[in-house]
Design a protein around this ligand. Structure first.
Ligand SMILES: Cc1cc2nc3c(=O)[nH]c(=O)nc-3n(C[C@H](O)[C@H](O)[C@H](O)COP(=O)(O)O)c2cc1C
Length: 404
């Protein structure tokens, strides 16, 4: 990323002040940052602030003394390796969608061949207005990238979708677009995450402590490396990543149905979800009343999704996760063979820093030829990177590349 040229366009929205944090963060990462402001943006943030942070002159339509200079937009358009507009007003999105080039920002966007990332931020009604939605859909269809606004309290006093996401979220998307490693480009990847819940009665269930962090980290990494990701998630406690298609499936049966729907078209399936092994044999229709006697709930096995996928798999690369508390290596090897997996990521969830809820894990990766790779304590993001590196190194992955 270091040394790449990014243009940051700032438009006249209430979130314009946040552009200062973005510019500062990009410069700290070693990027060459140029800022273009619309006239309306000048009412919300001063060029002096951005110029100081960017360490480059800020460009405005009408230069005001030392605060800006006007340069031919074509020069800058050609220099850019990425163009981001943060925040992007409804007005500027509409102008870009219709090719209106009546200011320096929109003319430079029209002239650039660099990828363009827009971060809309506005009142919820403005955002949900079919005109804005149509403009966004059109721009997406011709290759523009968007960061979805978040739901929350808006400056206009209302609550709804329209807030600019936190700057680290925008930075991640910028890194993804500038990232050179696109080895999953064109691949369809299914990731399952989180824990499933099996109903006992209308209010109770059998569940587990899975947070979804491991699966989410994998989905995020696959997306970053160019994959088209479908994330099928059960119960989770953290925010899902941006840019993936999220499908919720809270029970094992529902997760199976959702996975089977997308499996035929998938290239890689990574099953990081903590799926229940057992479920109550019968689900009570009314809430079970508290009583004096012991209560026995008879359990029966749930469907084995991984085994089913292992039987029907064709071109797909199938990767499983095994959370064990004892005889990890032996159990993991058995699972790899029985379920016809290409790779198995095993972890001993009884170890400090490994397994559920935490941000770290200690894993081993098992291969079909009996090879085992052991890793030290790593963050789940680091594990996601190395799991995808191992998948990309499989001969079957290369064959898929040749076929497509
Ligand atoms: C106080 C104030 C806040 C505004 N906030 C937003 C906003 O958050 N998002 C938006 O799309 N428009 C917002 N607008 C409207 C834009 O400033 C207006 O559409 C302007 O023409 C945008 O110009 P530009 O797209 O060239 O920057 C706001 C206007 C005012 C007066």
């Amino acid at each position: 990323m270091v040394g790449k040229t990014v243009i940051v366009g700032v438009t006249g929205g209430i979130a314009a002040y946040k552009a200062a944090e973005l510019v500062s963060s990009l410069v700290k990462k070693g990027l060459n940052v140029h800022v273009i402001l619309t006239k309306a943006a000048l009412d919300f943030i001063t060029p002096l602030t951005l110029e100081t942070l960017a360490k480059n002159p800020v460009l405005v339509d009408e230069p005001t003394g030392s605060q800006g200079i006007y340069v031919p937009h074509i020069d800058l358009a050609l220099k850019a390796e990425l163009f981001v507009v943060v925040p992007a007003t409804a007005n500027t999105i509409a102008k870009i969608a219709t090719g209106i080039a009546d200011n320096l920002l929109t003319s430079t966007i029209l002239a650039t061949k660099a990828p363009v990332l827009l971060a809309p931020s506005m009142n919820v009604n403005m955002y949900e207005n079919p005109i804005t939605q149509k403009n966004i859909e059109f721009l997406k269809s011709i290759g523009f990238h968007f960061i979805e606004p978040e739901e929350g309290f808006l400056a206009c006093g209302t609550v709804g979708k329209g807030r600019l996401p936190a700057i680290p979220v925008i930075l991640e998307e910028i890194e993804r677009l500038l990232c050179l490693k696109k080895d999953f480009q064109g691949k369809r990847v299914i990731v399952t995450a989180g824990g499933t819940r099996e109903a006992i009665d209308p209010v109770r269930y059998i569940g587990n402590r899975s947070s979804g962090k491991m699966g989410f980290a994998i989905a995020k990494e696959a997306y970053k490396r160019g994959a088209q990701v479908t994330l099928i998630a059960g119960n989770t406690t953290v925010e899902p990543p941006q840019g993936v298609k999220l499908i919720r499936a809270f029970s094992t049966e529902k997760m199976r149905d959702e996975v089977l729907k997308v499996f035929p078209d998938a290239d890689v399936v990574i099953k990081a979800a903590a799926v229940a092994d057992y479920k109550p044999k019968t689900v009570e229709q009314s809430k079970i009343k508290k009583g004096e006697q012991n209560l026995t709930i008879e359990l029966c096995p749930t469907v084995d999704i991984l085994k089913e996928l292992g039987k029907i798999k064709d071109k797909q690369i199938l990767v499983g996760f095994a959370a064990e508390t004892d005889q990890v290596a032996m159990n993991a090897k058995k699972k790899l063979e029985e379920k016809n997996l290409d790779l198995l990521v095993a972890n001993d969830v009884s170890k400090e820093g490994a397994g559920f809820e935490v941000d770290t894990n200690i894993v081993s990766i098992l291969y079909r030829n009996g090879q085992v790779e052991e890793f030290p304590l790593l963050t789940k993001a680091e594990i996601a990177t190395l799991v995808l590196d191992r998948i990309a190194a499989l001969p079957r992955f290369e064959c898929q590349v040749k076929e497509s």
